[in-house]
Design a protein around this ligand. Structure first.
Ligand SMILES: Nc1ncnc2c1ncn2[C@@H]1O[C@H](COP(=O)(O)OP(=O)(O)OP(=O)(O)O)[C@@H](O)[C@H]1O
Ligand SMILES: [Mg+2]
Length: 150
């Protein structure tokens, strides 16, 4: 991880999410889906980060936390659209193991290079993550300042 940012507000989080999105260009073109693992405690800002990336890439639908339905899929309209057209947001908080991704057609998701997959609570499904998964970590300080590293 070579970028470390401090976030004091949702506006900072927006700037950080855009900076992150711009670093992804080095992963394209590619043969399989790109997976981004978002690590960090409850409330650290993982979902807010995905919302900001989605807005930056022109996702028209409102991005809402997939905690209860596990997975949501959005069409991307700007950004790396020559390579990647679908943003998949997974919250693995309620999953007990990588096996629980199988009903979500995980293998097919990974086979399609047009997918970019953001996963919250990746440690719950560690065995399912490709070796080249991009790592982002979030932490929330006692002073309310959030740190984002990637
Ligand atoms: N950078 C930020 N600055 C200020 N508030 C933030 C920031 N990021 C997130 N928040 C706020 O903190 C709350 C929790 O954020 P968020 O839902 O993104 O956390 P999370 O990491 O996804 O948590 P969970 O593990 O429960 O899914 C939300 O109310 C959100 O608006
Ligand atoms: Mg969340």
């Amino acid at each position: 991880m070579s970028h470390i940012y401090k976030s004091k507000s949702l506006a900072d989080s927006d700037t950080i999410a855009k900076a992150f999105a711009d670093t992804l260009h080095c992963h394209f073109p590619r043969r399989r889906a790109l997976v981004v693992a978002l690590r960090g405690e409850l409330g650290a800002g993982k979902t807010a980060f995905v919302k900001n990336v989605a807005r930056y890439w022109g996702v028209a639908d409102e991005v809402i936390s997939p905690t209860f339905i596990i997975e949501r899929i959005y069409r991307i309209h700007t950004g790396f659209t020559q390579y990647c057209t679908q943003l998949i947001h997974i919250d693995a908080y309620r999953l007990a193991s990588a096996k629980e991704l199988i009903p979500l057609d995980w293998e097919r998701t990974l086979r399609d290079p047009r997918n970019i997959v953001f996963i919250e609570w990746p440690e719950h499904v560690a065995d399912a993550l490709p070796d080249d998964t991009v790592q982002v970590s979030f932490s929330l300080g006692d002073d309310g300042v959030r740190t984002v590293a990637f």
